[in-house]
Write a protein that binds this ligand. Structure first.
Ligand code: DGY
Length: 315
């Protein structure tokens, strides 16, 4: 397929063991975490491919250490942590893993929406605390037929909309512009969308353009009956504003799979009946993580074989 000695890869983040094994068997693989300073320098001088994941922070300075770098292969759909502009400016390609994780992330969004609105996690705590015998659980917020707003109507947003249609939800969305052929109402901006819906799911890309997009103003627009779900990136939500809104009861609840400073989760979000937190696991099913690993490998193999990349990130 390609010459193993020429196929020099640096693994600079956690990758599933099966993918790391495949890379190790077919390429000359160095694990950044396991190298000392001198070994890192040698590995960086020679590497042609850098394998990272969706949570990696790959700055222009980091990339500059790799003079022969040709490709950054991202195990993840999100690449907001990678300075893609700096990579492209040096002619370094970037690949990610779109498509294969869409269904799982959409499933998780619906799971969080249901768990938060129907207080499923709190209901389990209630049973475990032995409180059922003292009286029934509190009544919760109805999901079916509710108004759902989706911020960011890419693959994942559309997959959520298809699922929510099965719950007879009335769906509207916002994006840079209306998307042709979609049977959902378009809102011109996020504030308008938030003010019109019962549930707001955040699906936009991370990065500087969307940092703190969901701020106090958007939360106020969502309102005291509104539920916020974030399966995108933690940076998109102003966590301080969110905690203040939860404290003040100006929103009804939040289901969050992502956080500003992962793996740190603000303790102020713990133990609330109306908040569900999960550890950035929306795409973490066995089948999907395997498919993501296969796609990373296929991109790396295509690169070393001189073939077209399968899922390049376009400038
Ligand atoms: C992704 O694929 O970007 C997921 O969020 C995991 O990082």
């Amino acid at each position: 397929m390609f010459d193993k000695t020429e196929a020099r890869v640096v693994k600079a983040a956690f990758l599933p063991p099966a993918l790391a094994k495949r890379l190790d068997e077919t390429c000359t693989l160095a694990d950044w975490e396991l190298l000392d300073e001198a070994e890192r320098q040698t590995a960086a001088e020679n590497a042609r491919v850098l394998a990272v994941n969706g949570e990696s922070v790959i700055t222009a300075e980091f990339i500059a250490q790799f003079p022969k770098l040709e490709l950054i292969a991202d195990f993840g759909v999100g690449y907001d942590g990678i300075d893609v502009a700096a990579a492209h400016a040096r002619g370094i390609a970037v690949t990610n893993t779109p498509g294969v994780l869409t269904d799982d992330v959409a499933d998780m969004a619906m799971g969080l929406l249901l768990a938060t609105s129907r207080q499923i996690v709190e209901a389990q705590r209630f049973v475990e605390r032995g409180e059922w015998a003292k009286g029934g659980f509190t009544w919760t917020k109805k999901v079916s037929g509710g108004k759902l707003g989706i911020a960011g109507m890419g693959r994942i947003g559309q997959a959520i909309a298809r699922r929510a249609s099965g719950f007879d939800m009335v769906i509207s969305y916002t994006d840079r512009q209306p998307i042709a052929g979609l049977p959902y109402a378009f809102a011109a901006d996020l504030k308008t969308l938030a003010s019109e819906v019962d549930f707001l799911i955040i699906c936009v890309n991370g990065g500087e353009k969307t940092r703190a997009l969901v701020d106090a103003e958007i939360l106020t627009a969502l309102g005291a009956d509104g539920i916020l779900i974030n399966i995108a990136r933690g940076t998109v939500v102003d966590e301080t504003a969110l905690i203040a809104a939860l404290d003040a009861g100006t929103i009804a609840g939040a289901g969050l799979d992502v956080f500003e400073r992962e793996p740190e989760v603000p303790a102020a979000l713990y133990g609330r009946p109306n908040v569900v937190v999960t550890p950035h696991m929306a795409s973490a099913t066995h089948a999907t993580r395997k498919a993501m690993g296969d796609l990373v490998f296929d991109n790396v193999a295509a690169h070393f074989s001189g073939e077209a990349l399968i899922t390049p990130v376009t400038p």
